[in-house]
Ligand binder design. Structure first.
Ligand code: COI
Length: 383
């Protein structure tokens, strides 16, 4: 029997016993309540769907009047709250997306956790939420991985997706900044994000909807940015496209992002990506790819790129490849772009050699298979 989300029922009942310990990690006190019985034997690691199953433990911290409680690690379980909880009404909710990669039985790599921590705090500032210190974030991740390292898939290309998130938890219907918050981290073993895997996706512009506007919340990883993108994405999918390629909100001409990813164009020998500038999410994969390309001696331009320029570059044969980047999808080659009734097909709808080389390089670093001259990986000793 499965529940309405397709998970085995055994993942919803949680009858296991608990062992409680207080634990000091660095200068930080953690309370750890261990699940005595792991659910891992019920998981089919050969058939992982993105974000559907969750490992044995989660981390939780509560904040009241600006003061955070000490981190608590406990078995993954439902949380309770009142219907008046503010996040449900006014959308003070932010998140991060990170991954942990299997290196060997004793080592799991986190990728740029301190950069994810900084971005979470930038999102928090934009949404009037309390910042969180680096130690509970990074050490919390380490402790979670020590407990749940067996949940990190071993297949190259698969990983343990990590979802840190924060939401307003005060029970109060006034449209005001909440005085209470929860911060949590849950983890989920995943395969590829898109059903296409590493195969090229098809994109369309939307002539009606935009993702973000400068001065809005587009550069924060705010939950509402994603909720607002679902209707245009659904319309795109009904028309046979995988995702929307977002144009700017004012002129409806300049490319910003694609789906839930940043976007790159190989035009001639130059790697071009839309500049950040307020409405674009400052992707950590984006930043890493820019650094790798520069290291290879490529000319990289972060600038405004119009959809007309893209179609012109395609016409003149200069547009070699297009790909999206993000933590969940890593690199997602683009095979087709539709705009106002016209289509361009890229690289014969095949994975381009440049995107493939980028993918092999960044995943090589993440899985500890090739040198990490940037110190991006954060190895955690487990087992
Ligand atoms: C990520 O790439 O980690 C994201 O946050 C995208 C998410 C909506 C799955």
């Amino acid at each position: 029997m499965a529940d309405f989300c397709g998970r085995p029922n055994s993942l919803r009942k949680r009858p296991y016993l608990r062992k409680i310990s207080n634990f000091k990690s660095g200068t930080m006190n953690f309370t750890i309540t261990k699940a005595e019985q792991s659910r891992i034997s019920e998981i089919n690691f050969e058939n992982l769907e993105f974000g559907r199953i969750f490992s044995d433990h989660m981390l939780e911290m509560a904040c009241r009047d600006g003061k955070w409680s000490k981190p608590e690690i406990k078995p993954y379980a439902p949380i309770t709250f009142e219907p008046s909880m503010q996040a449900l009404h006014y959308g003070q909710a932010i998140f991060e997306g990170m991954k942990a990669y299997y290196v060997d039985d004793n080592t799991i790599n986190l990728f740029r956790p301190k950069d994810h921590h900084k971005r979470l705090n930038n999102s928090a500032k934009r949404l009037c939420m309390p910042e969180i210190e680096e130690e509970p974030f990074v050490r919390g991740l380490e402790e979670l991985l020590k407990l749940d390292h067996k949940w990190v898939p071993r297949t190259h290309g698969h990983a343990l997706y990590i979802r840190p998130f924060m939401f307003a938890a005060e029970e109060y219907l006034a449209a005001k900044v909440s005085k209470e918050y929860r911060f949590m981290i849950i983890t989920s073993p995943v395969a590829a994000y898109y059903s296409e895997g590493f195969n090229p996706v098809k994109l369309t512009t939307s002539d009606k909807y935009v993702r973000a506007v400068k001065g809005g919340t587009g550069e924060a990883k705010a939950a509402g940015n994603y909720g607002g993108s679902f209707l245009p994405a659904q319309n795109a999918q009904k028309n046979g496209y995988t995702q929307v390629i977002w144009l700017d909100a004012i002129e409806h001409e300049y490319i910003e992002e694609v789906g839930t990813m940043n976007i790159f164009f190989l035009i001639g020998d130059t790697l071009v990506t839309p500049q950040l500038g307020g409405s674009v999410l400052p992707g950590i994969t984006r930043r890493s790819l820019i650094a790798i390309a520069k290291e290879w001696g490529l000319n990289v331009e972060e600038r405004r790129v119009s959809i007309s320029e893209l179609f012109e570059a395609h016409k003149s044969g200069m547009l070699k490849e297009v790909f999206g980047s993000g933590t969940a999808a890593v690199i997602s080659p683009v095979g087709l772009i539709h705009h106002k009734g016209e289509n361009i097909t890229l690289n014969q709808n095949e994975i381009g050699p440049f995107a493939k080389k980028m993918f092999d390089t960044i995943t090589g670093i993440q899985y500890g298979k090739i040198g990490d001259s940037h110190n991006w990986t954060h190895p955690v000793t487990v087992g």
